[in-house]
Design a protein around this ligand. Structure first.
Ligand SMILES: Cc1cc2nc3c(=O)[nH]c(=O)nc-3n(C[C@H](O)[C@H](O)[C@H](O)COP(=O)(O)O)c2cc1C
Length: 179
């Protein structure tokens, strides 16, 4: 796919077919993430690739949603995850300099989403996973004093292409432009 097409075709996909995502594609998506820039070249990322345990993650997120009925996005995200095929949990292994680490992680995640688009897959960046970071650490027996859950990326073959959401215009985004 042309770079312009990748940029323009990427969107958040919340409905997927039952088709499994090939391991080679998951590996290629993570490898695209590994090419991202990071502050001081720290490369603070680590991953867990979840397939069989997706129902368990959905259950944990649903339980969290029930505790916080005011935030409907939690249970909606749980439903979305249940429709996906592969969930990549994205961890950071650096606890110092959290601003730079988070910026680096964001660059890495965007690389993953663009690669998924390039490979014809749908993807979704999931921040709501943070609502259950301690339950997920317990489930996977991780030491959450050493690894910080930053986000998750859901992958699957998309059911259809949703309409793109409207974007800010160039004119509305520039505060000042000097001569
Ligand atoms: C940091 C971050 C966290 C997000 N978390 C969620 C989430 O938990 N659940 C969800 O359905 N979408 C989530 N999204 C997707 C956004 O809702 C989506 O990117 C935005 O509405 C723009 O739509 P687009 O991705 O199709 O351009 C997240 C996006 C980002 C960047």
């Amino acid at each position: 796919m042309e770079f312009k097409e990748v940029l323009e075709n990427r969107r958040s996909i919340r409905k997927y077919t039952k088709q499994a995502v090939e391991k080679e594609k998951v590996d290629a998506i993570i490898e695209a993430g590994l090419l991202a820039p990071s502050a001081h070249n720290t490369q603070p990322w680590q991953f867990i690739i979840v397939r069989d345990s997706i129902p368990e993650i959905v259950k944990l997120l649903k339980e969290e949603g029930e505790k916080h009925p005011e935030d409907e996005s939690i249970s909606k995200t749980a439903d979305t995850i249940s429709r996906g095929n592969t969930l990549i949990l994205v961890y950071s292994d650096r606890l110092e300099n959290p601003d730079f680490t988070l910026l680096s992680m964001g660059a890495m995640i965007e690389n993953m989403l663009l690669k998924a688009t390039d490979l014809g897959l749908g993807s979704l960046w999931i921040g709501n996973i943070l609502k259950i970071s301690s339950q997920v650490a317990h489930y996977f027996e991780l030491d959450d004093t050493k690894l910080h859950l930053v986000s998750a990326v859901l992958l699957g073959y998309k059911e259809k292409d949703p309409k793109p959401l409207e974007r800010k215009t160039l004119a509305n985004s520039i505060i000042k432009e000097e001569k």
